[in-house]
Design a protein around this ligand. Structure first.
Ligand code: SF4
Length: 213
């Protein structure tokens, strides 16, 4: 791994000592549900919904046989609740019917679950199974582009590959959380807090080297 990327990783780690998954969950299955709910929604909002939800639906079996209208009612405040309810029930049925009620432990198999895309599969693989994966969300996309870690900010798969190529594999899981924290709390979309950012020297955005965002 090149020194300049190690420096960026170390600086992010110094700035975000407590960067971990901010979704609350108690089982691997509940993590999957929380990640599906977190699309286009804040983790804080998801964490308000999940205590009641997880109490009512403890296992994939419970969720696979859920009444979809009751499920929608419980999750409606996190947006896109029709699609999310369908995804959660479909994925739960797949887990019960095809995987003996246990979450598959690799990204390709997780992505075979209905309603589970690459980002969700990467988060679950990395957080629940401590696998090496970088889930690219809107924060990771933006911060990676601003720092020059990816040449574009439109395609999550390209950003994931760019990050995979630049950082040692054993750092991928941690890097995902660091970039999310940095994007959420400092390198915000509209007004990045560059004054307090320790990555100014490494940053293409700060140094006016980006043509556009
Ligand atoms: S210097 Fe500004 S734009 Fe660059 S990473 Fe830091 S906060 Fe983001």
């Amino acid at each position: 791994m090149e020194k300049k990327y190690k420096l960026i990783f170390d600086t992010l780690e110094k700035m975000h000592e407590n960067a971990v998954c901010e979704l609350n969950y108690d089982t691997d299955f509940h993590l999957l549900v929380a990640v599906i709910l977190s699309a286009q929604c804040t983790d804080a909002r998801v964490n308000k919904i999940t205590p009641k939800l997880f109490e009512k639906y403890k296992t994939p079996e419970d969720m696979a046989s859920a009444d979809i209208d009751e499920l929608k009612e419980l999750i409606k405040s996190c947006g896109f609740y029709n699609a999310k309810a369908n995804s959660i029930i479909s994925a739960s049925r797949d887990i019960v019917e095809k995987y003996n009620s246990r979450l598959p432990e690799n990204v390709d198999e997780l992505m075979k679950l209905k309603g589970v895309g690459r980002k969700t599969a990467n988060v679950v693989y990395s957080v629940a199974f401590k696998g090496n994966a970088i889930a690219v969300d809107t924060h990771v996309l933006r911060v990676s582009y601003r720092l020059g870690l990816s040449s574009q900010n439109k395609n999550p798969l390209i950003t994931e590959k760019d990050l995979n190529a630049k950082f040692d594999e054993n750092l991928w899981g941690k890097l995902h959380h660091l970039l999310i924290h940095h994007g959420r709390y400092i390198c915000k979309a509209r007004k990045p807090d560059c004054k307090i950012c320790e990555l100014k020297n490494q940053c293409k955005y700060f140094n006016g080297e980006l043509k556009s965002e």
